[in-house]
Design a protein around this ligand. Structure first.
Ligand code: GDP
Ligand code: CA
Length: 316
């Protein structure tokens, strides 16, 4: 079976670990969000691609959910001794090696998709990991407070400001002119099912869908999504802040309505959100309630299994 997954960072990576366990013989292609990418100290950092690569390759700091295990921060400490910023983005020494290698490949003229392929030769994630685009796309956040209106890189809002300043909206620079990376549209077209893991609907999956051509390709397929919202709150992180910024209710049903029945055929909600099963606003989307906490590998594999079962039901 061919499965294509649109992926953000931590939520997606955990789900993918379960998906691999649930469907060991399937061919999985992951289309990763690059809207979170940022240049720091001249280095091209791709947080979501790396979270997926490290998690599936066995190098992730499991407790944090991002970054390398057994990490040290000597380089960052030396930079801050120079007063060189920013100091709010956790760049560990092991992680920096990845960014150095990626940046030197990009500098030599390789596209991001080829550089990602090279990095994955080491990590062997067991999936084909593709960036959504080889073109530079960056999510920026419009902030409006007593200082007036200003726009900052998504990472600055998320990591430095902890999303505490309300966002008035998002601007995905470069998206409108971008094209999907090689293999992206093919992986969607050839898929038996397209899955939305419990990733941020706005700044992870929303950004991937903003690359011209991807949403149309996805719409033609059987699509099953997993709610990142349980009982009205994101399980980890601050996805509710992103939903509020675009006027979407931070509930399992609200997110499904936001995707809409033209895109989404099936939707898994947590048992706590059973109310969504017969919500009239979800007409046209097949909703099932199962436990959605990715507490360990067996629990996560069961979620992936439920998503595949629903996909089979919908396409069979
Ligand atoms: P990011 O790029 O690192 O923010 O990661 P993603 O966009 O892939 O995923 C973030 C989302 O994962 C958040 O909105 C969380 O609510 C969701 N999430 C994290 N852990 C769980 C879990 O155990 N179950 C569910 N259903 N969602 C989760
Ligand atoms: Ca992310």
């Amino acid at each position: 079976m061919r499965i294509t997954v649109l992926a953000g960072g931590v939520g997606a990576a955990r789900f993918l670990r379960g998906l691999k366990a649930a469907a060991p013989d399937s061919q999985i292609t992951v289309i990763g969000n690059t809207g979170d990418d940022i240049t720091l100290f001249g280095l091209h950092v791709s947080p979501d691609l790396d979270t997926v690569m490290y998690t599936l390759g066995g190098g992730i700091n499991d407790y944090q959910g991002w970054g390398r295990q057994e990490e040290s921060y000597t380089v960052l400490a030396e930079l801050s001794a120079y007063g060189a910023g920013p100091d709010w983005f956790g760049l560990g020494d092991r992680d920096i090696a990845t960014h150095l290698h990626r940046t030197s490949m990009l500098g030599a003229g390789l596209p991001l998709s080829a550089a990602t392929r090279v990095l994955c030769q080491r990590w062997q994630p067991g999936v084909t990991l593709l960036p959504m685009s080889d073109d530079r796309i960056e999510t920026h956040v419009v902030l409006r407070d007593e200082e007036g209106e200003r726009t900052v890189h998504f990472q600055e809002w998320w990591v430095r400001l902890h999303a505490a300043v309300p966002a008035a909206g998002f601007v995905v620079t470069g998206a409108a002119q971008a094209t999907p990376a090689p293999g992206v549209l093919e992986a969607i077209a050839l898929a038996d099912v397209v899955l939305f893991p419990p990733s941020n609907p706005v700044v992870s999956i929303g950004t991937i869908l903003a690359v011209p051509g991807i949403a149309d390709a996805v719409r033609a397929k059987t699509v099953v999504g997993v709610s990142p919202i349980i009982g009205g709150a994101p399980v980890r992180g601050m996805a509710d802040k992103c939903l509020a910024a675009i006027g979407v209710e931070a509930t399992a049903a609200g997110v499904a309505v936001h995707y809409g029945p033209a895109l989404l055929n099936g939707w898994l909600v947590d048992e706590r959100d059973k109310g969504a099963l017969d919500a009239p606003e979800l007409a046209g989307i097949a909703v099932r309630a199962v436990p959605l906490y990715m507490s360990d590998l067996p629990a996560t594999a069961a979620i992936a299994r439920a998503a595949l079962d629903l996909a089979q039901e919908l396409s069979g």
